[in-house]
Write a protein that binds this ligand. Sequence first.
Ligand code: B4P
Length: 192
Amino acid sequence: MRLVLLGAPGSGKGTQAARLKEHLQVPHISTGDLLRAEVAAGSKLGLEAKEVMASGNLVSDEILLGMLEDRFSRPDTRDGFILDGYPRNLAQADALDKLLTRIRQPMDYAVQLDVPTDLLVERIAGRAKAEGRADDSPESVRTRLKVYDDQTAPVIEFYRQHGQLTVVDGVGGLDDVFNRIIEALVPAKEVG
Ligand code: B4P
């Protein structure tokens, strides 16, 4: 199964992707994690990405596409994947669509986790305390939410127009949200 998780920062994409990975037995590809690994390794790409990420802005489309092409070239993605954090703007959505068409792996589902803004802020503040991630500071969070509204929200419409979008209520306990996602993945023909 090939699935992309969409949603604002703090909507639970990374959290649910980790669970879906176990359930579906396909790799979890998080562009945020890939970038953080580059930063931690001190690579040239990581050095370029570090400050942009800490500010809450988006790293360049060119870097992201190169990273993604590289990841999709690995054999573990042949039976599917869970993509988390990409695409984050319409140019990335278009590039991904072309890439998946080229490698004959069209997306099966785009799942949007829907969570109100005040709860997003609350969740990220909780993570800031627990993990101290550089981009979870209040200033960066404000930027990330604005970038989401301006650049990423239109991606939801892109998938709606392609008939691939499923909206899932992302409010509630981790198990509740997980169960809602699983229910949303049942093909319409099996529903009855
Ligand atoms: P990401 O790593 O994707 O960060 P994120 O949007 O905050 O989502 P994440 O998956 O980590 O958090 P989640 O909602 O699961 O990106 C970080 C940065 O990398 C970006 O700002 C950008 O600079 C760069 N980047 C990444 N992809 C890019 C791209 N494609 N193009 C350009 N730049 C890119 O969880 C948040 C918190 O909520 C957690 O503490 C979790 O425990 C909690 N939570 C989750 N579900 C919950 C629930 N049901 N109830 C209560 N708490 C919950």
